[in-house]
Write a protein that binds this ligand. Structure first.
Ligand SMILES: NC(=O)C1=CN([C@@H]2O[C@H](COP(=O)(O)OP(=O)(O)OC[C@H]3O[C@@H](n4cnc5c(N)ncnc54)[C@H](OP(=O)(O)O)[C@@H]3O)[C@@H](O)[C@H]2O)C=CC1
Ligand SMILES: O=C(O)[C@@H]1CCC=N1
Length: 264
């Protein structure tokens, strides 16, 4: 165990931090004895009993580790109180711009990223932005975030805010889409428990089908339209409706909120 291989997660006992920790341990990116969970309470939360190290002193964790992951609420970003000059710092805090991160963490090597609690089962999408990092730091960042699911380096920091809106929350906006289908079924006389079971099964099966295919979602839509059956009629009606614009409006509202939260 060397300092460079150790990882600290500030806020690591929380929903996102513990999910990332779970993914890193499961994929062998870090051993439990080299994984520091830092929080104000000094508790391990969901990681209790895994052998991870805990501390209520963020600087103790930052000094001991070659990589520091920032997973505290954006409102707490200003209270980090660390100087991680020799560490690679990866932030998954919503809305906190990269321009603030170097000062907040006292660091020179900073990645702005996003992930989701789906990391716990390796199903997160984790975009990251760090144009000025060297190859070794980029490779380390990719290894850490790829343990959480799919990871992609993006070319614009604004895309981190965008994905904070789209892929950060799980089930997020998809839960609302499922609710809309269930509510319509209920309005047509279906018992609410049946409508909800149907909606959950629809999104489980559809999500697995989309994930198993290399085709983009648009190709699946076109295939159903070309099939010219019942779904085609529904898709054409939805394509003619304001649905796509409403979804974009919702995402942009989330993006705006993230940017507001992250300004400090
Ligand atoms: N939850 C989600 O779905 C997602 C969250 N995020 C981002 O992840 C970050 C964490 O969110 P989430 O996990 O939901 O929050 P939680 O409240 O679940 O966890 C945050 C943890 O941070 C700890 N904490 C709070 N303040 C400090 C501090 N000053 N120093 C050290 N630890 C601190 C808390 O522990 P204690 O009280 O013991 O200090 C808490 O357990 C946020 O920036 C959020 O925007 C991003 C995408 C999705
Ligand atoms: O809703 C939220 O604030 C959290 C952060 C990004 C996604 N989910």
């Amino acid at each position: 165990m060397t300092r460079n291989s150790s990882i600290a997660i500030l806020g690591g006992n929380g929903a996102l931090g513990s999910a990332i920790a779970t993914a890193l341990l499961a994929r062998g990116v870090v051993e439990a004895g080299a994984l520091w969970i830092s929080s104000r309470s000094g508790t391990a939360g969901p990681l209790t009993g895994t052998g991870v190290r805990t501390t209520s002193q963020a600087q103790e964790a930052a000094c001991a580790c070659g990589t520091v992951i920032l997973a505290v609420p954006p409102a707490q970003a200003g209270a980090l109180g660390i100087a991680a000059a020799d560490a690679l710092v990866i932030s998954v805090m919503a809305g906190v711009p990269r321009s603030r991160l170097a000062a907040l963490a006292g660091a020179g090597r900073v990645v702005r990223a996003m992930s989701s609690p789906a990391a716990a089962t390796h199903r997160a999408f984790s975009p990251w932005f760090a144009p000025d990092l060297g190859a070794a730091d980029k490779a380390r960042t990719d290894r850490i975030l790829s343990a959480c699911g799919l990871a992609d380096e993006v070319t614009e920091e604004a895309h981190i805010d965008l994905f904070t809106g789209i892929t950060g929350p799980i089930p997020g906006f998809v839960a609302y889409l499922a609710q809309c289908f269930a509510d319509h079924a209920t309005a047509r006389g279906v018992a609410p428990d049946v409508a909800n079971r149907a909606a959950r099964q629809l999104f489980l099966a559809s999500g697995e089908a989309l994930a198993a295919s290399d085709l983009p979602p648009a190709a699946h839509v076109q295939a159903m339209i070309d099939y010219a059956g019942t779904t085609a009629a529904g898709l054409r009606a939805m394509q003619a409706s304001p649905l796509a614009a409403a979804i974009a409006e919702g995402v942009e509202a989330a993006v705006a909120r993230a940017q507001q939260m992250g300004r400090g």
